[in-house]
Design a protein around this ligand. Structure first.
Ligand code: NAD
Length: 477
């Protein structure tokens, strides 16, 4: 059974609404269910519930808050099979990836439960022996979060855990394209004993909901994961009302593969990582700069691995790449490839839509293109799909200049067996995360975030609560 879709306001699941939208299975085009849209009254109820709940929740001890977060993790592990299946149904990724997403979320619960008990202030030595100077860290208040469809559970639960662990209350709008995981998340918190009003889930037209919530005087902080243009719009609106923001925005990860790299490990690992979630990942390897001495050998092995990938319905056993999440992404891929043809790119494999089953799903062939100039669309705009442009470089300092030339600064990957080269490149890349000879940059204990246009703030790691806390100085004599 697919998840029963609902809003979650003031501790109540609400599935009746004047307006609703169809949720589609991207592998088959079938309608899975109807998602209720929040009315203005629903949004007002959520705002009032979050404001009321904040009074108690901020006073709830960190030990008690941590107990609930840990319980959410336990329940997520128990319900992993159902939640994952529903993610595959409405988002499209292979079941194994959806299961790994849920398990990873349970780890985020453990991490946040542990760290929530360590939100320390400090005592600053005073100039007067009678005086005590304290720096306190307090929850910012009611928060509003907007999360996308590519990791529907992960993106939402990281924001919920950070906000709630810090003592804030939250209104979250999840992704209308793939909503089941966010409803499942509300059930996890509800069943873990979260007091009513601390977490509220709403759905609707994204721009209408975000504008209403950001402009509300009740909301003190905004967190968004999504594209750079939308992130800038929401930040501007938040700035107009002097509200704090955390922004996890798009990337265009440069990959630098040096002559001394382990070609087999780099080519196979990068091909698999590129096609994870059909390339719809903000830290997906994007621009492949391969040093000229190994370009041909790397390209041959990389293309062979990409071509061996089994594409299909994510629920079918053996599927390694599912459909794109919605029809918009397939059109976007076609436009990127059109431009690549015009700019003299050579398609090494793929380059077209794919027909799978009855042909109603949103499939695109895993694609590799060589020979594009640095100003082609694929080299400058986030493809967010299963398309990899390969290009050559000769000097490391020149490739660093090219890698840093875009306004994005999220993740990057370097393949070399030379320690000094690894150090030089990782020190000089203008990004928030660098993986040297591997890809593990998104773990609960590590801060995840970007620089430049890729965003503001971090999620995960010790930094995870920073965006949800304000600093208060108290001096007492
Ligand atoms: P989009 O920009 O329309 O939507 C991206 C996400 O932002 C969706 O979840 C959407 O509901 C939300 N959104 C859009 N406008 C909003 C608004 N005014 N207020 C609040 N939320 C809003 O694009 P799309 O076609 O759904 O996705 C394509 C692009 O989105 C990609 O190219 C990629 O750059 C970006 N994206 C990034 C991430 C990420 O993890 N950083 C995730 C998903 C999508």
């Amino acid at each position: 059974m697919y998840e029963k879709l609902s809003m979650y306001i003031d501790g109540e699941f609400i599935d009746a609404a004047a307006k609703a939208q169809d949720v589609i299975n991207p592998a088959t085009g079938e309608v899975l269910g109807q998602l209720p849209h929040a009315s203005r009254q629903d949004l007002d109820r959520a705002l009032q519930a979050a404001e009321r709940a904040f009074v108690q929740w901020r006073q709830t001890s960190p030990v008690e808050r941590a107990r609930i977060l840990r319980r959410v993790g336990e329940l997520a592990r128990e319900r992993a099979a159902d939640i994952a299946r529903n993610i595959t149904l409405d988002q499209g990724k292979p079941l194994a990836e959806a299961t790994a997403e849920v398990q990873g979320c349970a780890e985020h619960c453990d991490w946040h439960a542990e760290e929530a008990r360590r939100i320390y202030g400090r005592i600053v030595p005073s100039r007067d022996a009678r005086m005590r100077q304290m720096v306190l860290r307090e929850p910012v208040g009611v928060c509003a979060a907007f999360t996308p469809w590519n990791f529907p559970l992960n993106q939402a639960i990281r924001k919920a855990l950070a906000a709630l662990g810090a003592g804030c209350t939250l209104i979250l709008k999840g992704p209308e394209d793939a909503p089941s995981a966010v409803v499942a998340m509300a059930r996890l918190f509800h069943d873990a004993g979260l007091p009513k009003g601390v977490l509220n889930i709403v759905w609707g037209v994204p721009s209408e909901i975000s504008t209403y919530l950001i402009e509300s005087p009740i909301v003190r902080k905004i967190s968004f994961t999504g594209s750079v243009p939308v992130g800038k719009e929401l930040s501007a609106l938040a700035g107009k009302h002097m509200k704090r923001v955390t922004m996890e925005l798009g990337g265009h990860s440069p990959v630098i593969v040096c002559n001394d790299a382990d070609i087999e490990a780099a080519a196979v690992g990068l091909a698999k990582f590129k096609l994870r979630n059909a390339g719809q990942v903000c830290i997906s390897p994007t621009r492949f700069y391969v040093q000229e001495g190994i370009f041909d050998a790397f390209a041959e092995r990389f293309v062979a691995q990409i071509e061996g990938t089994r594409v299909g319905d994510g629920l079918e056993q053996g599927t390694q790449m599912g459909p794109l999440a919605h029809a918009r992404r397939v059109d976007a891929m076609a436009a990127f490839i059109d431009d690549a043809h015009k700019r003299g790119g050579k398609v090494l494999t793929g380059g077209d839509r794919l027909t799978v089953g009855e042909g109603k799903g949103y499939f695109y062939a895993p694609t590799v293109i060589a020979g594009l100039p640095d100003d082609a669309r694929l080299m400058t705009e986030e493809p967010f799909g299963p398309v990899a442009p390969l290009t050559q470089f000769s000097e490391v300092d020149d490739v660093l200049r090219r890698a840093n030339s875009l306004p994005f600064g999220l993740a990057s990957y370097v393949f070399t067996t030379n320690l000094q080269t690894a150090h030089h490149i990782s020190s000089n890349l203008e990004v928030g995360m660098v993986g040297v000879n591997h890809f593990g940059v998104a773990l609960s204990e590590l801060p995840f975030g970007g620089v430049k246009d890729s965003g503001i703030g971090s999620e995960g790691g010790q930094e995870t609560f920073d965006g949800y806390l304000v600093t208060k100085t108290v001096t007492q004599i």
